[in-house]
Design a protein around this ligand. Structure first.
Ligand SMILES: O=C(O)c1[nH]c(=O)[nH]c(=O)c1I
Length: 312
């Protein structure tokens, strides 16, 4: 069975990559990703200037997933742009990389995207509209007027491939409204989902929360969020123009989880919490498991079942 995946006219050897924010903060982590069985990588969401982020502990692995309130710590926009452009020069035949931006304002996002547009970067850009952990900043993707406004302004000048990272939605009216806005723009993908915002994990022995920022409230990842992630992948796959692909993120821990995201219609698959727990060897394991499932079912390619989720 082949895991070959064509996305934006490029064929990747498999659909797997990291989720932004995990194992992608600096050159060391990005190089390790690039040298792993991950088919490509995405950088940590960047702001114009370097940010320290929230006080620690701000990420905590728990049995069924993770909780985080990182607060957008990153090395700054120029650091990551330099990394991806140096890599293009080092590896001209390398798989296109993904570059994530998460400005603290519409203007900051426009400024970074203009710089990407004017740069030699030839990969894919992800506009993160769903960071749940910057105190006082409501998520753009939960403000539908702002969502339409920012995309309108972006596509007045941005002509390179652009996707958006979305938070989970939980209501059909929201799926419908979000999709009707997104369908107005030449996006190449939507990435569903970001962490489920503002969960609370308690350590019963200590009778305490486990992360310092926001009195312990943080974005949930891992097994907790797979049903919500699958629903969002399916909801947008069935609502968006076929030219807008879906990247499936959330709760991918095994080959079976990956298969389920593909059944819902995902093209690329991102691994976050499980990558944090296992390291880059997680890609070897998940790829092997997905191949085994496909062979047991008699599939030789992903196209044979992508999006073909049955209903009753
Ligand atoms: O707190 C973070 O840095 C963070 N954490 C997340 O769970 N999702 C995000 O998009 C971000 I920008």
């Amino acid at each position: 069975a082949s895991l070959a995946t064509t996305f934006l006219n490029h064929t990747y050897e498999n659909p797997f990559m990291n989720a932004s924010g995990v194992h992608c903060k600096d050159t060391k982590e990005l190089n390790e990703l690039d040298n792993s069985k991950s088919s490509t990588f995405i950088t940590k969401s960047s702001t114009s200037l370097k940010r320290e982020g929230n006080p620690e502990p701000r990420y905590f692995s728990v049995p069924l997933g993770s909780i985080n309130s990182m607060g957008l710590p990153n090395e700054g926009f120029n650091y990551y742009l330099k990394y991806v452009i140096d890599r293009q020069q080092r590896m001209p035949k390398g798989n296109p990389a993904f570059f994530s931006v998460a400005g603290m304002s519409v203007d900051e996002n426009l400024k970074m995207l203009k710089a990407v547009q004017d740069s030699d970067f030839n990969g894919v850009t992800e506009l993160n509209l769903s960071c749940p952990n910057v105190p006082g900043k409501p998520q753009v993707a939960y403000d539908f007027d702002l969502l339409g406004e920012i995309l309108q302004k972006v596509f007045e000048f941005f002509t390179k491939p652009l996707g958006v990272k979305l938070p989970p939605y939980f209501d059909f009216a929201h799926f419908d409204t979000a999709a009707s806005i997104l369908n107005r723009f030449p996006l190449v993908y939507v990435n569903c989902i970001n962490s489920i915002g503002n969960g609370l994990y308690i350590d019963i022995e200590k009778e305490s929360v486990v992360i310092k920022p926001k009195n312990g409230f943080g974005g949930l990842g891992g097994e907790y969020i797979k049903p919500t992630a699958l629903a969002n992948v399916r909801a947008f796959y069935t609502r968006l123009n076929p030219s807008i692909k879906i990247i499936g993120t959330g709760g991918i821990r095994t080959g079976g989880d990956a298969f389920e995201h593909l059944l819902c219609g995902a093209t690329m698959l991102q691994v976050g919490t499980e990558l944090y727990k296992e390291g880059v060897s997680v890609f070897d394991r998940i790829e092997r498991e997905l191949k085994e499932i496909m062979e047991k079912k008699g599939y030789t390619s992903i196209e044979q079942f992508r999006g073909k989720l049955r209903t009753l």
